[in-house]
Design a protein around this ligand. Structure first.
Ligand SMILES: C[S@@+](CC[C@H](N)C(=O)[O-])C[C@H]1O[C@@H](n2cnc3c(N)ncnc32)[C@H](O)[C@@H]1O
Length: 193
């Protein structure tokens, strides 16, 4: 067994692995989505967004979103949670999906257009340096993304910077309790999930 800190990817290496991996992802069917979302939640979404679900939970279910709120989805991927959030907060509320992988942003924007959801936008950037002003967001959600950062302290500092006072942060993710074998720590595929 090896201490993970000995083998930690640099931030640049991690960003490259994430972009390469998620830039190449294609829709994989509805199995993941069906395990995380209800049939009612999925019924209002285009097939393309359902097939791109890559999360680990359903943060919108626990975020207690209210009409008019501004929601930020860190690592929005194909956009499933961003679209569900946009539908919950309705206009004048809005949902912003943030992702660092251009191919994912393209897919999410196409799905928003197909779904006819207008109070949503997808912006390019990294959650370690969120391209939004201080205190501009009511709720941050994230699904299966924070584990991909080698700079989690920066992610939480940025989340608290952009959240308004009494804002909420609701995320689903994986944690490791223990050590991993060296071959796993050295594997780009295992890192990117
Ligand atoms: C496992 S997928 C999850 C996508 C989506 N949240 C879902 O539930 O389907 C991870 C996504 O996070 C994005 N991502 C990973 N690290 C990121 C970072 N540091 N900043 C912004 N986006 C990131 C990837 O490009 C990818 O689209």
């Amino acid at each position: 067994m090896t201490d993970a800190s000995e083998l930690k990817w640099s931030a640049d290496e991690a960003a490259r692995i994430v972009r390469e991996t998620y830039g190449a992802v294609v829709p994989t069917g509805s199995k993941v989505a069906q395990s995380l979302y209800t049939a009612d939640e999925l019924a209002v979404l285009p097939e393309a967004v359902v097939g791109m679900a890559l999360g680990m939970g359903n943060p919108v279910r626990y975020a207690d979103l209210k009409p008019g709120e501004v929601v930020l989805d860190l690592g929005s991927g194909g956009g499933i949670d961003t679209l569900l959030a946009a539908l919950k907060v309705g206009p004048p509320g809005r949902a912003i999906g943030l992702d660092m992988t251009p191919e994912m942003l393209e897919k999410a924007r196409a799905s928003a257009a197909a779904a006819g959801v207008k109070n949503v936008e997808f912006i390019e950037g990294r959650m370690e340096a969120i391209p939004l002003p201080d205190a501009s967001v009511d709720v941050i959600i994230s699904n299966g993304v924070i584990n991909l950062s080698t700079e989690k302290g920066k992610v939480f500092a940025e989340a608290f910077r952009v959240l308004r006072p009494a804002g909420r942060l609701v995320f689903s993710d994986s944690v490791i309790d223990g050590t991993l074998p060296r071959e796993v720590l050295e594997s780009e595929a295992a890192y990117a999930g």
